[in-house]
Ligand binder design. Structure first.
Ligand code: ADP
Ligand code: MG
Length: 261
């Protein structure tokens, strides 16, 4: 089953200086199967966040349509969760109360909220921190809490916009491991944006490479490697280096600096 579909999608924004509409992304055709994890990589400003915002129903496309579960997205929907680089935890709520916010909005009773939140916090290695406040946690712990909050409403689709890019390398690898296990066990569908090429390879079934603005998909690569549930093991495979090299070529990493010398 196709879970997310972009059909001939384009999005333009009005340029403040010229007052003209200018395309941010163009001609996006993309289908993501249920349970598939797909990463998007591309230069800054090529429209990656714009694409995700359209998937979340926060932006409407200028052309074409976005479907989730076969239905056209025109506003945020329950089955889709969005996770950003910023953890956006509420400073006045403790970690358990932050994680269970979505359930509270849904009218779930207090005992059940506590059960769900504490179970997820344990899975995200935050047992014992349920009653701490966000300021008492490190950046990595806060991002784990944000992950638990994202999962608490049991979304079918996760849209993640560089969720680990503010973390140090080791913390990031541990969080990737937790995320990958949960996505795999719960058969979630995910569209993930990252600048980290190895992170994309370690976590995904498929990679999409975008061009510069106006962004469009210039290459699709099936990862076809074992250990989708275990990125730490996948990182050790000999195929990682060549695949990373191919992505660097597509993104022209190093070409511009080479021209400057
Ligand atoms: N709300 C907006 N209004 C005007 N321009 C926008 C808006 N959102 C994004 N853009 C522009 O669209 C382009 C793509 O932005 P974005 O999707 O954030 O890129 P990326 O996430 O790939 O870095 C950028 O040039 C950006 O300035
Ligand atoms: Mg972005």
């Amino acid at each position: 089953m196709i879970e997310i579909e972009f059909r001939n999608v384009g999005k333009s924004f009005v340029d403040r200086q010229t007052s003209q509409a200018r395309a941010a992304v163009t001609n996006i055709n993309l289908s993501i199967r249920s349970g598939e994890v797909v990463s998007i990589i591309g230069p800054s400003g090529c429209g990656k966040s714009t694409l995700l915002n359209m998937g979340a129903g926060l932006y409407l496309p200028t052309h074409g349509e976005v479907l989730v579960g076969g239905e056209r997205v025109t506003k945020p929907v329950r089955k889709v969760a969005f996770m950003l680089q910023k953890d956006l935890l509420m400073p006045w709520r403790n970690i358990r109360a932050n994680v269970s916010l979505g359930l509270e909005i849904d009218g779930v009773n207090a005992a059940e909220r506590k059960r769900v939140a504490d179970e997820l916090l344990a899975k995200c290695h935050l047992k014992g921190f349920e009653e701490h406040y966000p300021y008492q946690l490190s950046g990595g712990m806060r991002q784990r809490a944000a992950l638990a909050r994202t999962l608490a409403v049991d979304p079918q689709v996760l849209l993640m916009d560089e969720p680990f890019s503010a973390l140090d390398a080791q913390t990031k690898m541990v969080l990737q491991q937790d995320l990958a296990k949960m996505l795999y066990e719960k058969k979630k569908t995910a569209l993930f944006i990252t600048h980290d090429l190895v992170e994309a390879i370690a976590l995904s079934d498929r990679l999409l490479v975008m061009s510069e603005r106006p962004g469009t998909i210039i290459e699709e690569i099936e990862v076809n490697l074992p250990f989708r549930d275990n990125p730490l093991e996948r990182r050790k495979l000999p195929e990682i280096g060549p695949l990373q090299g191919r992505l660097m070529e597509l993104l022209k990493v190093g070409k511009e600096t080479a021209e400057l010398h």
